[in-house]
Design a protein around this ligand. Structure first.
Ligand SMILES: [Zn+2]
Ligand SMILES: [Zn+2]
Length: 226
């Protein structure tokens, strides 16, 4: 599918870091839209649509409160800038703890990768058990990017158990039982991204999924469970 890709304005102070683009099909009617495939979710489950947008474009926010702990959430593509460029936006990376800098830098991703992650996550959302059905135009749009969708087929990226859409509703103290996960936590792109149970994502931690599985396998083997 060829996309419109006309430039979209933004009021963000980081507008110069990356140009945002219309993601509607080329030659579309009506106004340009950066997240057209989220329109339906926005009306039936706005929390989910906002989570998809946030997780795909922003670094994850830790419980960072002190000044040397760094910004809470920031656009992932801003983290591609070097220290000097970030200083011009008032972000002093050298004043942060090295672990914080490493974490932030690890979350960096290009604008295009973030846009494709948002599309891929939406594709997964609609395939969760108990998910709302996508309107045909959105279904076709997402399928043209990632292939045919099968209702109810989305599983946790880590434990492979079905991941119910209803889990999105069960947020406790701001932390939902569903999180975005990565096969390799250091790569944020459409191929590498999944949803996972929060507990599974926490268990995987900084390991790649392969490293995590062999770690578990080693434990089970030593414990005589294999
Ligand atoms: Zn457009
Ligand atoms: Zn799981």
């Amino acid at each position: 599918m060829e996309l419109c890709l006309k430039q979209i304005g933004s009021r963000s102070k980081y507008v110069k870091v990356a140009t945002r683009h219309c993601q509607l099909p080329k030659g579309h009617s009506g106004s340009c839209d950066e997240f057209p495939y989220l329109k339906h979710l926005q009306t039936v489950a706005s929390k989910v649509a906002n989570k998809v947008k946030r997780d795909s474009t922003m670094t994850t926010g830790a419980a960072w409160k002190s000044t040397d702990a760094g910004p809470n959430r920031i656009l992932r593509w801003v983290m591609l800038l070097n220290d000097e460029e970030l200083m011009s936006y008032g972000l002093n990376m050298q004043g942060l703890k090295p672990q914080v800098v490493a974490k932030l830098r690890e979350k960096a991703a290009t604008y295009d990768d973030c846009v494709n992650v948002a599309k891929k996550l939406t594709w997964y959302v609609y395939q969760m058990p108990l998910a709302p059905r996508p309107p045909n135009d959105i279904k076709e749009y997402l399928e043209s990017h990632f292939g045919e969708m099968q209702a109810g087929s989305t599983v946790c990226g880590v434990c492979r158990l079905p991941l119910s859409f209803e889990l999105f509703e069960q947020a406790k103290r701001g932390s939902a039982p569903i999180e975005t996960c990565h096969l390799d936590p250091r790569i944020h792109n459409a191929v590498n991204v999944r949803f996972a149970h929060r507990e599974c994502n926490i268990a995987q931690g900084d390991k790649s999924l392969e490293e995590f599985y062999s770690w578990i396998k080693g434990i089970l083997s030593r414990a005589g469970k294999l």
